[in-house]
Ligand binder design. Structure first.
Ligand code: HSE
Length: 403
């Protein structure tokens, strides 16, 4: 009987335990023998659970037990999670995680430690929850140069926007519902301000381009300023609003990477991705567009990816997976200034100014004094300076790229 451990018994951690229980027979067939979760690490009291006797509060119990071969880190954060992951790897145990914050900020270092100790650090669940995306990029699409990755990477915000678009629910009420459903991060700021999606696009850019894309340096805008008015205006333009994480490779090998809400034309596949679902479009120079779609958040979907990584480690014990990851020294992240897009603008002011300052392609006045424009293509820097001009004679209430 192979022994495993789970660090953290929150939404995903309890899901990982459940997957090992629910699918014990299948897991035994995959690995070649049964796998038992020997320990669950959590400081809270779970003694009333049927498996309450497995809980430990002292990490060193896991670290020092030679029977434990593989560990799930589903604690979140970068403090204890980093420390315990490092010590597990140093103790010769592979670690599998859903912790995108840790992967995005310390992934390179943890991969190096794993390599030094002949074990694996795997993070399929860190992007797209239950959607396979890391392994397909590293294996099935490995022969491609990646041109672009563009996706809906956060289930909570997609759920909120879906509620706003289809049910006219306010942002606040939709957020509460997402939290009740267990989609949101402990601190929902990470979801609604785009930080969670930013960590995920950084991980994908790291893997695609072989350099470290630092979430602190990547432009990140959330959805807190999106109103039902913008949702209605987008609809009239034949679009829906989605929070998009995107990275685009330029001719010189540098790449744009950013997170921002976009207007998505309704005939784009990403427009029909609703609720907690995520979708990631990967454009490879040999494959063209490949789309990945599924549940991007939630207990069992995310747990499925963590557990599958654990099985992979056990099935291939003693063999390391090669994961190309840079250290940031190539400085591939390109400033957004030159990225061109068409824009949606909601402006309160005079029509003449708006038409003079922007290359307006269509214009509507949905309410007295409120103008909604769709522009031709402008770079980010051009848009920034033209908004300054417009704000000196009126007010730009919203400006979003149109995909
Ligand atoms: N809070 C995240 C989301 C969970 O809503 O997508 C999965 O990363």
């Amino acid at each position: 009987m192979i022994k495993a451990a789970i660090m953290g018994h929150g939404t995903v951690g309890s899901g990982v335990y459940e997957v090992f229980e629910m699918n014990a027979d299948k897991i035994a067939r995959v690995v070649g023998e049964p796998v038992e979760v020997k320990y669950v690490l959590d400081l809270r009291d779970f003694s009333a659970l049927p498996y309450g006797h497995k809980f430990v509060t002292d990490f060193s119990v896991i670290e020092n037990d030679p029977e434990v071969q593989v560990v799930a880190e589903v604690m979140g954060g970068v403090g204890a999670a980093y420390e315990f992951t490092k010590r597990c790897l140093q103790a010769g145990k592979s670690v599998c995680t859903s912790n995108k914050e840790l992967v995005a900020t310390r992934g390179e270092e943890l991969l190096k430690i794993a390599e030094e100790h002949g074990v694996n650090y795997m993070f399929e669940a860190s992007v797209g929850g239950g959607i396979p995306i890391i392994r397909p990029m590293l294996q099935c699409l490995a022969a491609n140069e990646f041109n672009e990755i563009c996706g809906i990477l956060n289930g909570t915000t997609n759920y909120i926007l879906t509620q706003m678009i289809h049910n006219g629910v306010t942002f606040e009420d939709a957020l509460k519902q997402a939290q009740l459903n267990g989609y949101a991060e402990k601190d929902p700021t990470a979801d609604i301000e785009g930080h969670d999606a930013c960590r995920k696009i950084c991980i994908l850019a790291d893997l695609a381009f072989g350099d470290k894309f630092d979430p602190d340096e990547v432009s990140c805008e959330g959805i807190t300023h999106i109103t039902l008015e913008d949702v209605a205006n987008a609809d009239k333009l034949g679009c829906v609003i989605k929070l998009i994480g995107r990275t685009v490779r330029c001719g010189d090998g540098t790449a744009y990477a950013y997170v921002a809400p976009h207007l998505i034309p309704k005939d784009n596949l990403l427009a029909s991705v609703e609720d907690v679902f995520n979708a990631i479009m990967v454009n490879g120079n040999a494959t063209g567009d490949v789309m990945f779609y599924g549940k991007g958040a939630g207990k069992l979907a995310t747990a499925s990816a963590v557990a599958a990584d654990m099985l992979d480690c056990l099935e291939h014990a003693g063999r390391r997976r090669r994961i190309m990851w840079g250290d940031g020294s190539k400085h591939l992240l390109r400033p957004l200034d030159e990225l061109q897009s068409a824009w949606y603008v909601r402006y309160r002011g005079a029509r003449k100014e708006l038409e003079t300052v922007l290359p307006v392609e269509s214009l509507a006045e949905p309410a007295e004094g409120v103008l909604v424009a769709r522009t031709g293509r402008l770079t980010t820097a051009e848009m920034r300076s033209r908004m300054e001009t417009l704000n000196s004679c009126g007010t730009v209430h919203a400006a979003m790229r149109i995909l």
